[in-house]
Design a protein around this ligand. Structure first.
Ligand code: PBG
Length: 327
C-alpha cells in the first residue's frame, strides 16, 4: 500500500481520457512540413534507397503527390528542386522557378510552400559554396548566387525561403535582396544550427548533392559543439531569420532545448533522411512498430522545443493522427 496522500503514479493513467488530459505536449498535422524532391528531366518517379515513398519526382507526379498530401491534411511543403545540368557558377534557376510556379498554380493557397535555398544540387562539385582560384570559399560570389536564387523563388510565388548552405552572412544577404525586390513579406526559415552529420546519406542521393571532393565540415557544425550551437542561432537571429532550425533532430534534442530557452523565435527541427531511413528499415523488418516510433519521435522533438518539424513521415503521421479516435 502506498502511504495515504501520496501522489499516485497509477490513478491518472488508467483511462485514455485521463491520459489525454495529462499530456503536456501535442502536435497536429499543422506543425509538420513534408520535404519533396522534384528532379528535372525525369519521366517517372525514381526510388531513393532508404526513403520509401519519398521519391525523386518528375514534375507531374510531384504535383499529384502534393495534391494527395494536401488531401491527407499535409499542407506545408519544403521543396528541393534538382536540375538536370550542373553549372560551375550557378546563375539561373529555371527548373526551380518553374516548379514553384507549377505547385502554386495547381494547389494555390491550399499549400504553404517553403523552398530550400542551397547551391549543392546546382554546382559542378556538389558543394554548398563557390570557390575561388586558390580553392578557398568565395563568400561574395556564393552570397550573390544564393540571393539570386532566393529572389527568383520569391518572384515565382514561394511562401517562404529556407537557406541551408551555412555561409556567413547568407541570411542578411538574402533578406536585403528579398526586400529590395519587394518581397518583404516573404519569411526566412534559416537552417541556423546545422551539423556536419552522417545522417544526411539518403538525401544526398535524392538531391544529387554529394560533394565530389572533401566534405562539408568546412562550413557545417561539429556535432560535438553545444555552446557553438547557440552562437550559430544568435547570428542568424541577428541577421533577420524569422524561424531558426536545428538539424538533425533526434540526436540533437539538447541543442533544441537550449535554443528554446534562449530564443523567443519560432523553432523548427529537421528530422532528416538518415533518421527516417533507420526508422523505416527497422519497421520493415518487424523489429519496431514504425508508426508508433514515428509518433513518439515527433512528440519528443516537440517536447524538446520545436514548433515545426520537417519530416519525411509527415504523410504517415497525418494519417495516423486522423485515425486516433478509431483505435
Ligand atoms: C543541402 C541540404 C542537405 C539537407 C538539407 N539541405 C544536405 C547536406 O547539407 O549535406 C539534408 C536533409 C536530409 O538529410 O534529410 N545543403
Amino acid at each position: 500500500m502506498s502511504p495515504a496522500g501520496a501522489w499516485s503514479r497509477l490513478r491518472l493513467r488508467q483511462s485514455p481520457h485521463a491520459r489525454e488530459l495529462l499530456s503536456d505536449t501535442t502536435f497536429t498535422v499543422g506543425h509538420l512540413i513534408q520535404p519533396i524532391f522534384v528532379v528535372e528531366g525525369l519521366d517517372a518517379p525514381e526510388a531513393v534507397d532508404g526513403l520509401g515513398e519519398n521519391r525523386r519526382f518528375d514534375l507531374q507526379s510531384a504535383l499529384d503527390r502534393v495534391a494527395r498530401d494536401v488531401d491527407a491534411g499535409v499542407r506545408h511543403v519544403l521543396l528541393f528542386a534538382v536540375p538536370a545540368a550542373r553549372q560551375a557558377a550557378p546563375a539561373r534557376f529555371d527548373h526551380l522557378q518553374r516548379t514553384v510556379e507549377a505547385i502554386k498554380a495547381r494547389a494555390g493557397d491550399g499549400v504553404h510552400l517553403w523552398t530550400d535555398i542551397c547551391l549543392c544540387s546546382w554546382t559542378d562539385d556538389g558543394h554548398c559554396a563557390l570557390f575561388d582560384e586558390r580553392g578557398g570559399i568565395d563568400l561574395d560570389a556564393s552570397l550573390r548566387a544564393l540571393a539570386v536564387m532566393a529572389t527568383a523563388v520569391a518572384a515565382a510565388g514561394a511562401d517562404g525561403i529556407s537557406p541551408s548552405d551555412m555561409m556567413d552572412g547568407r541570411t542578411a544577404a538574402i533578406r536585403v535582396a528579398l526586400d529590395q525586390a519587394g518581397h518583404h513579406a516573404v519569411p526566412i526559415m534559416s537552417y541556423s544550427t546545422k551539423f556536419a552529420s552522417a545522417f544526411y546519406g539518403p538525401f544526398r542521393e535524392a538531391a544529387d548533392s554529394a560533394p565530389a571532393f572533401g566534405d562539408r565540415r568546412g562550413y557545417q557544425m561539429d556535432p560535438a559543439n553545444r555552446r557553438e550551437a547557440r552562437r550559430e542561432a544568435t547570428l542568424d537571429a541577428a541577421e533577420g531569420a524569422d524561424v531558426l532550425m536545428v538539424k538533425p533532430a533526434l540526436p540533437y534534442l539538447d541543442v533544441l532545448a537550449d535554443l528554446r530557452r534562449t530564443f523567443d523565435r519560432p523553432l523548427a527541427a529537421y528530422h532528416v533522411s538518415g533518421e527516417w531511413a533507420m526508422l523505416r528499415a527497422a519497421a520493415e523488418r518487424g523489429w519496431i512498430d514504425g508508426d508508433r516510433v514515428l509518433m513518439e519521435s515527433l512528440v519528443a522533438i516537440r517536447r524538446a522545443g520545436a514548433d515545426w518539424i520537417i519530416t519525411y513521415g509527415a504523410r504517415e503521421a497525418a494519417l495516423r493522427l486522423a485515425a486516433v479516435w478509431t483505435e
